[in-house]
Design a protein around this ligand. Sequence first.
Ligand code: TRP
Length: 333
Amino acid sequence: MNQTKISLTGIKPSGTPHIGNLMGAIQPALELARQYKALYFIADYHALTTVRESKALNAQVYEVAATWLAAGLDPEEVVFYRQSDIPEVFEFTWILACFAAKGLLNRAHAYKDAVAKNEAAQRDPDFGINMGLFNYPVLMAADILLYGAHLVPVGQDQKQQLEIARDIAEAFNHQYGETLVLPEPMISESVKTIPGIDGRKMSKSYDNVLPLFVPAKELRKRVMQIVTDSKGVEEPKDPATCNLFQLFKIFASKARQEEMAQAYQKGGLGYGAVKQELFELVDAFVAPGREVYQSYLQDTQKLDRILAQGAQKARDIARPNLAAARKAVGITR
Ligand code: TRP
């Protein structure tokens, strides 16, 4: 296998990405390309476990591809592809399924939560649960183990799935000898979490996000909705407890942060003015990416070409690894 270690991450196409995603997940993942042979893929078949609107699924794949490219992913430098373009991953999923204990998958959070919901509602425990959801962690293990990935940057919520991937790899290696690389998670709790417009962690599920590449007008509207206390213009204010200031700090220069903190304490500064300045900073930060994002979405054929080239590179890595796994289990001719 390659001397350079491999980092790999999968991106589920869902929802409009926000600034918290960019700073908390996308940028740290892109950083890895400096030290690793970096693979990034769009987990479109994982989305199929929940997305039932074909148009939406198709559009979300392009949106997510355009987002990562606009965030600075260089498709020449890294390997950027669609999961569904790699037939090897589905064959490998079957091999791995034969080493995945059913009891292990019974304990996977997403499945367990769905069962718990059904039980609470006094329905059949497996009501509405498809086998795609149940097997989700096996496909994810295949995504990772097929490429011999050493490092997998993921959010805290993905930790268990990484453990399942390791368990499956260990079961396989126990039977056939060291064949599969055991992946290490890189959990993004160490990277900064960005507060949302209500002060809680920025998250789609709290509906408190600053969306990434939306038109300036829409961004401004969201910034103006940032929650503050109701102190009047003349009153002195406390920067340390002010969510608006915490967001301001992320985007403003050191000097400007200090000036702003003093202006807060002195009084005579309204939150509206701070919001306007924050909007201008965020807008300047996202404007270049916004243009790139829009230009890709207007040329989805170009996105298809980029992803197809990435798929070639990905398959070159996948093929020998799948061949080794097939040989290990005795599927040879
Ligand atoms: N499950 C991940 C998510 O929900 C997406 C994903 C699929 C993934 N396959 C992966 C992440 C492999 C890391 C490695 O976001």
